[in-house]
Design a binder for this molecule. Structure first.
Ligand SMILES: [Zn+2]
Length: 489
């Protein structure tokens, strides 16, 4: 059989094309393998417009919850202020679900408020997303995410959603796991939850009977919003889910001892229970005491010369706050850190470093809520829980308080004995996320006695601080804490 010359020619072409294809494919693979490192480095440097990126890398040692870190995004925009906090882990699938859940609220909120702006009904909204962490002896984390959104008037949305994660695996605990996928057990659980709800006198008077029936029928999907606690399983309901608004967000707690007969073996209560402390933030009410140290520090203020009080809000952050501490040290500068209790509970070591470096500790509430819209009880717990958490980390109570968004009224003031500290220079670092802008703003706005607002959760601020301190020092400024500044005036 003789070969057709055309076909042999074509097969040679096919060979060549095949080789070319292999070569380009392998170089593409090599390129793709090399890319992640360089793009990752880029991401760390360019944090502008990407508030999440700054904390994208896991810093396990820094967090008191192994493998878990807390992400904070805040906007001080006049009409669309928000504070969003959510957990992230080493498990990409978990991270994606949680991030998408919170970003869904953010998008809805920004779209809605933008629409209201366009229709000239521009009223101030608020979005607040916060979370609580519960860790069980089996190594399962339950994260209770509270989302509240107001877009002016009565258009409020509030939702509580729970996400699960195991600290050693990528498994996300389900109610099916707890009941060994047993349908009979699900029916028993349904009955027990219903009994617990109807026997709760206060809650039962507010029940929306139809919804209550629907939401407690024996369907797996009805029981996903649970926290596995050391001694109980707690079911969380959003406002209006089973009861009218007056009932708030009901939590139905069923003791594990009452569920032992239906629980999967690995979740049954052991014969001897080990006493473990709940790791969630337990509300404790305690009054503030002004630190005795604040007076001693005040005496260090030079009698003459220009002074400026630099303040850093919304932290601490293991990377950016530490970088700021290094820069402050270089210039022998003292500053004030207004911290969120939620973040203090994750990174107490960073708070300790702030204190040990001689900076002033400030309270900036637990969830970064607009306190002028909150109940007295909520104001008190936001402030007191944060002060207690700072004291737990450092041994000292904070000495100053800054309300989120600078929103303060008589009621807010009545709930704390701490001096309320606002600012006169707002660097807008949260908005521009640009080191050059930070320096320019400071050059044109800072004067003797200024209190400068910055945020230590942005790497652009951490990166730009050196130039800011160099400039101000050159202008003859001394850097003091806000209490030192106040004692001088
Ligand atoms: Zn703030």
């Amino acid at each position: 059989m003789s070969l057709n010359p055309r076909s042999s020619k074509r097969s040679r072409w096919i060979d060549i094309m095949f080789i070319v294809a292999i070569l380009s494919l392998s170089s593409l693979i090599a390129f793709l393998l090399l890319i992640p490192n360089s793009s990752k480095n880029k991401e760390n440097n360019i944090t502008a417009n990407q508030p999440i990126r700054a904390e994208e890398e896991v810093n396990e040692e820094a967090s008191v919850y192994p493998g878990i870190r807390i992400i904070t995004e805040t906007s001080n925009d006049v009409f669309t202020p928000f504070a969003i906090q959510y957990p992230q882990s080493d498990v990409p699938s978990f991270n994606k679900i949680v991030r998408e859940y919170t970003q869904k609220f953010k998008t809805l909120y920004l779209d809605e408020t933008k629409y209201m702006g366009e229709t000239k009904k521009h009223t101030k909204g608020e979005l607040n997303i916060s979370f609580e962490v519960f860790q069980n002896t089996t190594g399962d984390y339950s994260f209770v995410i509270h989302s509240r959104m107001y877009m002016g008037g009565a258009n409020g949305i509030s939702e509580t959603k729970i996400f699960h994660l195991h600290n050693q695996s990528d498994h996300m605990l389900t109610i099916e796991d707890l009941l060994a996928k047993n349908e009979k057990s699900l029916e028993i659980l349904s009955t027990r939850v219903r009994n617990a709800i109807t026997s709760n006198k206060q809650l039962s008077t507010y029940l929306l009977l139809n919804q209550f029936e629907v939401k407690t029928t024996p369907k797996w999907g009805n029981f996903t919003n649970f926290v596995l606690n050391t001694n109980s399983i707690d079911f969380y309901y959003s406002t209006y889910e089973i009861a009218s608004g007056a009932a708030g967000e009901p939590i139905i707690s069923i003791p594990l001892s009452d569920l032992n007969d239906i629980l999967a073996d690995e979740y049954k209560l052991p014969a001897i229970t080990v006493d473990t402390k709940p790791t969630g933030n337990v509300p404790k009410k305690e009054e503030h005491a002004i630190s005795e140290n604040s007076k001693d520090e005040a005496t260090k203020v030079p009698a003459t010369g220009k002074v400026v009080a630099l303040t850093f809000d919304d932290g601490p952050n293991p990377e950016t706050t530490r970088k700021i501490l290094d820069t402050l040290k270089k210039y022998n500068a003292k500053a004030t850190f207004f911290m969120l209790g939620s973040r203090v509970s994750f990174y107490p070591d960073v708070v300790k470093e702030i204190k040990e470096a001689g900076h002033e500790l400030g309270n900036h509430t637990w969830t970064h809520s607009d306190l002028t819209k909150a109940s007295v009880e909520k104001i008190a717990s936001e402030i007191n829980n944060t002060s207690n958490e700072i004291e737990k980390a450092t041994g000292s109570k904070p000495t100053v308080f800054r309300p989120p968004y600078g929103a303060v009224n008589k009621t807010v003031r009545s709930q704390t004995s701490l001096p309320v500290i606002l600012w006169d220079v707002d660097t807008l670092d949260w908005k521009y996320k640009d080191s050059k802008h930070l320096l320019e703003h400071i050059k044109t706005h800072v004067k003797d006695g200024s209190i400068v607002l910055m945020h230590d959760i942005h790497s652009s601020t951490a990166d730009g601080l050196d130039a800011v301190l160099a400039y101000l020092q050159g202008e003859g400024y001394t850097f003091v804490t806000v209490s030192e500044l106040k004692s001088k005036s």
